[in-house]
Write a protein that binds this ligand. Sequence first.
Ligand code: ZN
Length: 161
Amino acid sequence: MPYKDKQCRREWARVYMKEYRLKHPEWARECKRRYREKHREKMNEYNRRWNKLNPFKRRENHLRWCDKDPLRKKRQWQKAQAKRRKAGYLSVKIIQEVYEENIKKYGTLTCSLCLKAIEFGQDSIDHTIPLSKGGTHEKRNLSIAHIKCNQRKGNRGCYTD
Ligand SMILES: [Zn+2]
């Protein structure tokens, strides 16, 4: 039976290649890298889809990635901190103006993200363009939002619900 023979051979080749790869990790890595380079678009698309389907595994992978090089996380944080510093300091005067403008515009303190009134103690300053994305503490980049709405918006820079 030629069919069975072919399948047998394929199976054998698969096992053989697996062993070969284990014996030559350098070579396997190089192969993988070359493949990734050649099919970058395809890989990106695949990764995007995978991340969407496996949010928890993605988080797990991320944590493992952080564990591998603890300094990496620190460096990232430092980078973000530098961006924050570049934005300058938020002055009380500007905050006051933002609050006043919000009340003037809506009649009562209102969330600029969900457009509902804000109860006492639920307000926060929202950066339209997040500091991590190069936004500043300038008045035109500031608005008032619920703490919850603000957190939900996170770093994405746009509000989607
Ligand atoms: Zn809100």
